[in-house]
Design a protein around this ligand. Structure first.
Ligand SMILES: CC(C)(COP(=O)(O)OP(=O)(O)OC[C@H]1O[C@@H](n2cnc3c(N)ncnc32)[C@H](O)[C@@H]1OP(=O)(O)O)[C@@H](O)C(=O)NCCC(=O)NCCS
Length: 96
C-alpha cells in the first residue's frame, strides 16, 4: 500500500512498508535501518512517515505491527502499546 526509503549520499539506508486492506487493518512491515546508520533517528522518521501514509489511506483504521522482543522499546517510545492478543502462525504448503 505504501513504501518509504531513507537515502543518504551513498544510497538507501533504511526502508519500511505499510500493508493491509486499506480500511480496517494496516500493518507496518519490513522497517529496517542499515546497522551502521542506526540510532540516528532514521527509524523514528521512517515510522512517522509510514504512520502518515497509513492515516492518508485510512484515517479510522487500526495500525499494528509485529516486533522482535528486543526492539519493543523502540516502538513503545513511538507510542505503541503491547496488545493482549497472541501471535499465531501456520506455514502454508503447496496444494496437490
Ligand atoms: C528498530 C530499528 C528500525 C530502529 O531504527 P533506528 O534508526 O536505530 O531508530 P532511531 O534512531 O529512530 O531510535 C533509536 C531508539 O530506539 C530504541 N531502540 C532501537 N533499537 C533498539 C534495540 N535493539 N533495543 C532497545 N532499544 C532500541 C532506543 O530507544 C533508541 O534510542 P538510542 O538511539 O538513544 O539508543 C533498527 O534498530 C533496525 O533496523 N533494527 C533491525 C531490524 C528490526 O529489528 N526491525 C524491526 C522489525 S520488528
Amino acid at each position: 500500500m505504501a513504501s518509504l526509503c531513507a537515502v543518504d549520499d551513498r544510497g538507501i539506508v533504511g526502508m519500511g512498508r505499510v500493508v493491509g486492506d486499506g480500511a480496517f487493518y494496516l500493518f507496518v512491515v519490513d522497517l529496517i535501518v542499515h546497522p551502521e546508520q542506526q540510532h540516528h533517528g532514521i527509524g523514528s522518521r521512517l515510522l512517522a512517515g509510514l504512520e502518515a501514509e497509513a492515516t492518508r489511506i485510512s484515517a479510522t483504521g487500526t495500525l499494528a505491527l509485529v516486533a522482535d522482543l528486543d526492539v519493543v522499546p523502540f516502538y513503545e517510545r513511538q507510542g505503541y502499546q503491547r496488545a493482549a492478543s497472541a501471535l499465531l502462525t501456520k506455514p502454508l504448503t503447496p496444494a496437490h
